[in-house]
Design a protein around this ligand. Sequence first.
Ligand code: GDP
Length: 375
Amino acid sequence: MRLSGPQALSIVGGLVRARGPLDQFPSHALRRVALLDPRSRTPLDDALCVVMRAPRSYTGDDVVELSCHGSPALLRMIVKLARERGARLAEPGEFTRRAFLNGRIDLTRAEAVALMIGARTERAVTLAARALAGELGTRVERLRSELLDVIAGLEVALDFPDEQVGLASGQAWSDVTRLAAGVDEMLALTDRARAIHQGVTVVLAGAPNAGKSTLLNALLGADRAIVSPVPGTTRDIVEGTIALGGIPVVLRDTAGIGPTTDAIEAEGVRRTLKAIDDSDLVLLIIDGSAAPDARVLEVARQRSCLVVRTKSDLPADDGARAIPDALEVSALTGTGIATLLDHLGSEITQRVSPDDDAGLFVTTLRQREVLESLR
Ligand code: GDP
């Protein structure tokens, strides 16, 4: 538990018993304390406590941190006692906001904290760690200093036109063009980094009853989607995330594409087509044991899809078998699932980031917009 602010020491002081009073604890030293209910003086826990005095703390205010045993009930009790003594719950990101407002970290670092918290794979963590180390700030600082050189050079040339000093306008133009090209390169790198950070969306599309939800479950390795033998029961979109090649992959099951009889199903189909448009990759699921649906094949023609012929444990239909380049799976027996995951993984890696991540850097939307405004 972290308490930050001018009253942090007095609030926690009333909740702990230690060898000396809390306000005389040395800064940045870990001390063992007994946590007590201040009214009954009954002990609550045996904890570790560190005091970090302003301004040398994360937030720049006085900070007290308590490491207690990990019982949620105990933590709730301590939070309640601290609140009774005048503390309040921090808002999401408030410690980092205070750190920024108190000048402890710059904005790019404060934003990198959010990137780190949102990182879902090891690759994303590595990128966020580089952001936290101030990589973007360093690059932008370099850019700014080169731009300032151009501006200064031009001003000198304007102030002393007869003396042939400063920067010639042709040279200034080519410097600025080079810097703008550098910004374009940065944006391309952030694009790839963003896919690693946010993940990609893969939509499972196909006719109703093709076996999409069963396949989604098999891919997720957990019961996440509704599976039912009645066509069209998966009316809404169900999704789950897996990590492939260090990239978060959101798998979205959809209502089927096909002739519909009621309004709710028609809405489901509309959403499916939208989900297909919004996705990075489409897995077109075809029931290998039944004649393929013309509308589904139309979708396959219009978009590049990875075609999956499922229910391979059942006798194959000749029409379905004729569809080229399809991966055979049985979601029921698990045959082909590992191969499908491998294919999916390499397809995504190729699209997102075929090389290693050196040089990539992740940005927040705001930082990206600022970069875009420089072009
Ligand atoms: P969806 O409408 O495309 O989501 O299809 P479902 O996943 O609900 O599956 C429709 C029916 O096909 C259900 O009865 C499933 O049990 C069955 N099914 C799905 N995958 C397989 C499979 O690989 N083999 C067999 N034999 N049946 C399957």
